[in-house]
Design a binder for this molecule. Structure first.
Ligand SMILES: *[C@@H]1O[C@H](CO)[C@@H](O)[C@H](O)[C@H]1NC(C)=O
Length: 341
């Protein structure tokens, strides 16, 4: 499979148009030869191999169990894509806003909020040499400052396609409802997100709570999880504007059925997957910041279980439909606590 797949990518490269981003549903790009030609300068003048070439090397090596894990994830993603997606419109550069670019190493990282994206941005800043020392020391607001890391959307279609062909593309995903529970808690339930509460909380209260108290209408500080879900399921919400990135579905942010991702990292195996990517990037000195709290995984699940317990089966079902593609594409099973039938 490995070899055929890589050959397919070379063929796919032929159908990338320059004027429009014609991202054929087929996998992206690249053989090692192509990589050399496309990249030319930077590291390839010398001995160093690009991250994508290193992944290719590992893919040929039957002893690399991690490469095997990632190959299986890619295969699963691409078969889920062909099973569940219909014909889609062409991507425009603006659709690639979330894909961050590291030209020095040849990396593309699509960030999904609530999936360690602050730490990934910190690491990319450290990789790009914009800051020295421990990535942990970079303040969060600095990591998120617009323009600190270039986005693929800022390039011309030809420049975009060149990078799509030659760079290692990766994203990190998370169990969709745990991610959603985390977004609710951090942005709407916690007092420190006053800005989010003013922007979204007030809207939710005004729309969904007929007899809201003036204080709640003005501050939006006490939105319940059920109200948040009702807001997500309200057709008016997405008619007015796209979902905020913290609760937008990962597939809608990163377009994994049209861009070829070489690595699908998971929040559930963050340390291991991050180390794999950093190894390919050739940054052995750099370690991915560890989780702030030890019991991360269990706590994340407990929160989702607790929040969904009070949600009616009717809403659970509709919400599952809304997030279903993220479950399918990234191999997350239906949470056992849901009452879907
Ligand atoms: C998909 O999930 C199942 C169940 O958790 C697991 O056994 C399997 O290895 C996963 N497949 C991939 C490709 O990750």
């Amino acid at each position: 499979m490995g070899r055929r797949c890589w050959r397919q990518r070379v063929l796919a490269a032929a159908c990338l148009g320059a004027a429009l981003l014609l991202l054929c549903a087929a996998p992206r790009t690249l053989s090692p030869v192509f990589g050399n030609r496309a990249l030319g300068s930077s590291w390839l003048g010398g001995e160093r191999r690009s991250p994508l070439q290193k992944l290719y090397d590992l893919d040929q090596d039957p002893r690399s169990t991690l490469a095997e894990v990632h190959r299986q994830r890619r295969d699963l993603l691409s078969s889920a894509c062909s099973r569940h997606t219909r014909r889609q419109r062409l991507l425009q550069p603006e659709d690639l806003r979330h894909v961050l670019v590291d030209d020095a190493h040849g990396l593309l990282y699509c960030y999904v909020p609530k999936v360690a994206c602050t730490n990934w941005k910190r690491v990319l800043l450290a990789l790009s040499g914009q800051t020295r020392g421990d990535p942990r020391a970079i303040p969060a607001h600095e990591a998120h400052a617009p323009g600190r890391l270039p986005s693929l959307a800022d390039f011309s279609p030809a420049e975009i396609n060149r990078r799509l062909r030659a760079y290692l593309a990766f994203l990190f995903v998370r169990e969709p409802f745990e991610r959603l529970a985390s977004a609710y808690r951090n942005k709407l339930a916690r007092p420190y997100s006053a800005a989010f509460q003013r922007r979204y909380g007030t809207r939710i209260v005004q729309r969904l709570r007929p007899h809201a108290l003036p204080d709640a209408r003005a501050r939006g500080h006490d939105v319940r999880f059920a109200e948040f879900l009702a807001y997500l399921l309200d057709p008016r919400t997405r008619r007015d504007e796209p979902f905020n990135e913290h609760w937008e579905r990962a597939h809608a942010l990163c377009h994994p059925c049209r861009l070829r991702y070489d690595i699908v990292g998971k929040f559930e195996t963050l340390a291991e997957d991050a180390a794999f990517v950093l190894g390919l990037a050739g940054a052995p000195g750099l370690s991915f910041p560890g989780p702030p709290r030890p019991r991360g995984a269990a706590a994340s699940r407990d929160l989702a279980v607790r929040l969904f317990r009070d949600i009616s089966p009717f809403y659970q079902r509709r919400l599952f439909d809304l997030y279903k593609m993220d479950f399918l594409l990234f191999n997350y099973s239906t949470p056992s606590y849901l009452r879907l039938h």
